[in-house]
Design a protein. Structure first.
Length: 311
């Protein structure tokens, strides 16, 4: 389908990389969501801070926000998955995408020092009181709404955050903006995190040729525009008009063009039985960050058993 319809020219290398497994393409991308910090511009202004670029700057921003009486970071992890970005990015920013891929494949343990370091970065933020109280009591939209009201300053969330514009009553790029997860180690390759949604064709499809024709059609500008209107996502097809997007989506688009690597978020990057183990661990960790080593040991045992069950 890719070769016959020249789809390789429509999508970025990072998107094609996400569609490829063992050297073969299996996936037709429809939407691209990117996880970043979405922040309340007025809250940042009240605290006299600007979007940080490094981890040290990020810690200073959080401290100033807290001193101004604003919750620095909103997290709503009741459904578990919103917490995953807090492993994804610290790990990618310190150990890099190759190591993270090995962890997702069960080739390195959750007790590896590099994973421990990522959890310790996260733990430091929890210990300093930079998150809202009891994150596991809120869902992602409730936590995001805290940012909208100014109760919290920012949240680490996907671009579907923009779907709340009408609910919160603000406009992308005006009342709120975004910035990438800060650089922790400048020597580590940059990597974006987020889901790329799309469709696959079953190997034993009853109407395989018709299915291939549909895949080719779905790659076109009109379907890709329709799928991404109002969702906050970007269309994988590079020919979709910029007029489809709001000001913030255009900023995301420009940024992603500069990032060489893409990583699916945790629950899409490791097998579902393993992801269940990890997502449970993140929820436990948010409630009891001091138990992180015990939680990592339990996670490794659970992940190992889950991988063995797949063999």
């Amino acid at each position: 389908v890719y070769e016959k319809n020249d789809l390789n020219t429509l999508f970025s290398e990072a998107v094609i990389q996400g569609a490829t497994y063992s050297g073969k393409k299996y996936f037709l991308p429809l939407t691209v969501h990117y996880a970043a910090f979405f922040y309340n511009k007025a809250a940042f202004g009240k605290a006299g801070v600007t979007p940080p670029k490094t981890w040290e700057e990020f810690l200073a921003v959080c401290e100033k926000l807290k001193a101004a009486g604003i919750v620095p970071i909103a997290l709503g992890s009741r459904e578990r998955w919103p917490a995953q970005f807090w492993l994804d990015y610290p790990l990618l920013r310190t150990a890099g995408p190759e190591f993270r891929a090995e962890l997702m494949a069960g080739k390195v343990p959750y007790t590896d020092p590099k994973v421990v370091k990522a959890f310790e970065l996260w733990k430091d933020l929890l210990d300093k009181g930079y998150f809202n109280a009891d994150p596991n009591a809120y869902d992602w939209a409730e936590a995001s709404t805290m940012v909208g009201t100014g109760e919290a300053a920012m949240t680490l969330m996907g671009t579907w955050f923009m779907q709340l514009d009408e609910q919160i009553g603000w406009k992308a790029g005006e009342e709120y903006d975004f910035f990438p997860f800060p650089v922790v180690d400048a020597a580590v390759a940059d990597c974006a995190v987020g889901p790329i949604d799309g469709v696959v064709l079953a190997k034993e499809a009853a109407a395989k040729e018709a299915g291939k024709a549909v895949l080719a059609k779905l790659a076109g500008v009109a379907p890709q525009t329709a799928f991404n209107t109002g969702s906050g996502a970007l269309a994988p097809n590079k020919n979709v008009a910029d007029t489809t997007y709001n000001a913030l989506q255009l900023k995301v688009k420009a940024l992603l063009a500069t990032i060489p690597n893409w990583a699916f978020n945790y629950d899409l990057a490791t097998p579902p039985p393993v992801a269940d183990v990890g997502l449970d661990a993140f929820a436990k960790f948010v409630d009891s960050p001091g138990d992180y080593m015990k939680i990592l040991e339990e996670t490794e045992a659970g992940a190992k058993a889950a991988f063995e069950g797949l063999e």
